[in-house]
Design a protein around this ligand. Structure first.
Ligand code: HGY
Ligand code: MN
Ligand code: MN
Length: 409
């Protein structure tokens, strides 16, 4: 069957319209999970889903599902991603995958293409973990990794509770989590890195998605006067934390080229100019596509932390903020994506995702895979995040063909 291409202008228009919700200076977006801006974005997308004739349901943690019926009442092919962003987000991270799903449905409707299986477009709650630090929270509840009670009780960095915020914005749905099981899950996403652009290729076919561990480390020492305390008489937690963070690149290279270590948050208390800190609190984001390597990085970092703290008579405590193991994408789906890219004549790269995604959680309940398009300058989690309308169209064309293949198998 000769398949049409998706409508580039219409997709670009959806991206621009959604980007008005939570717009920030510099052309970026801030739609923290369950915030008013997130609600505005959700309401807009739900309205578009209904306009496309989709049956829209919300589950108890606010995951949004819009379903186009198939000729048979079978498990759906799901295309999804997330609408929440980090506080300095771009237009595309998450939003692109959901809006491209709407464009796939719009194109099926335009050309009266029926599919054997239903096609469902999904938007998961709180993928980013920017306000509630449980990353991929909605997909973890959808897949049964977290109970609804656990999710509702989660407290945000601003002291709010997920359950209360879900009810406040009207997205505590009636559908129990985990009752629906897709036959396949596809996620279209911007690469958020430089690999495709460097290689001059147009499509990324994701073979594996990195594992991620978030640690919060607290170093406690002895607060004292900055002027009267000799340098050899200090138990300075700020010094310890700085030594650990400055050695992260060394630890990463000792594990291997795929290891990533990032300190994203660093604070000292009491935070006065002339006071040796009492406490240093910082985070480390550890990533690797290989489970054994990720565990070795965790082990070595934890050992370093305790050794470094002891050197100056301070103590360290380490709290896990969550851990998601790496996954391999389902090869039948990877092959379907590759067939689509080849049919379209788009040069592609099989690759690892350095970012984590809802797809790696969905892989626990159904075959899952991802499609990437290039990110200009490899930039993401920034207002400078950009991919061209042509790139957006190419990714959505590959998604469209893969969905038609899988929904008719
Ligand atoms: O952190 C990540 O990799 C994703 O963007 N949430
Ligand atoms: Mn994302
Ligand atoms: Mn992200």
């Amino acid at each position: 069957m000769k398949l049409p291409c998706i409508n580039k202008e219409r997709l670009w228009g959806l991206v621009q319209k959604l980007a008005e919700k939570g717009a920030i200076a510099g052309g970026g977006v801030c739609r923290l999970a369950l915030s008013d801006a997130d609600k505005e974005g959700r309401d807009l997308v739900v309205g578009w889903m209904r306009g496309l004739g989709l049956t829209v349901r919300m589950d108890q943690v606010g995951n949004i599902m819009g379903t186009r019926p198939g000729l048979k009442d079978e498990l759906p092919v799901v295309v999804g991603s997330h609408l929440d962003t980090v506080s300095t987000g771009g237009l595309l991270d998450g939003a692109y995958g959901v809006l491209a799903g709407l464009e796939v449905v719009n194109t099926l409707n335009d050309f009266n293409i029926e599919t054997e299986r239903p096609v469902m477009v999904m938007a998961f709650t709180n993928e980013e973990g920017a306000r509630y630090t449980t990353v991929m929270m909605g997909s973890k509840a959808f897949c049964g990794e977290l109970s609804v009670e656990e999710v509702w009780a989660i407290k945000g960095l601003d002291g709010s509770r997920v359950g209360e915020e879900l009810h406040r914005i009207g997205y505590a749905g009636d559908l129990a989590c985990g009752v629906l099981r897709p036959c396949a899950y596809l996620e279209l996403h911007v690469e958020q890195g430089p690999m495709l652009e460097r290689a001059g290729l147009q499509i990324g076919i994701v073979e594996a998605i990195t594992g991620v561990t978030w640690l919060e480390i607290t170093i406690r020492g002895v607060s004292n006067h900055a002027g009267t305390t000799p340098m050899d008489a200090r138990h300075d937690p700020g010094l310890v934390a700085s030594r650990i963070v400055s050695r992260l690149p060394e630890l990463a290279s000792s594990i291997g080229p795929d290891q990533r270590l990032t300190c994203g948050r660093f604070s000292l208390a009491p935070g006065a100019v002339n006071v040796i800190p009492q406490e240093a609190v910082f985070t480390v984001d550890l990533r690797n596509g290989d489970e054994d390597a990720l565990q070795e990085a965790e082990r070595r970092l934890i050992q370093w932390i305790h050794e470094t703290a002891a050197q100056v008579g301070t103590t360290a405590s380490i709290r896990s903020m969550g851990r998601t193991p790496p996954v391999r994408c389902a090869s039948p789906l990877v092959k379907a994506i590759e067939r689509s890219a080849k049919d379209l004549g788009y040069p592609f790269l099989r690759m690892l995702s350095g970012a984590c995604h809802d797809a790696q959680i969905m892989a626990s309940v159904c075959p899952a895979a991802m499609i990437f398009i290039p990110s200009r300058g490899g930039i993401s989690h920034s207002p400078a995040e950009y991919s061209s309308p042509d790139d957006l169209q190419r990714g959505a064309n590959v998604l469209f063909r893969a969905v038609v293949q899988l929904a008719n198998e």
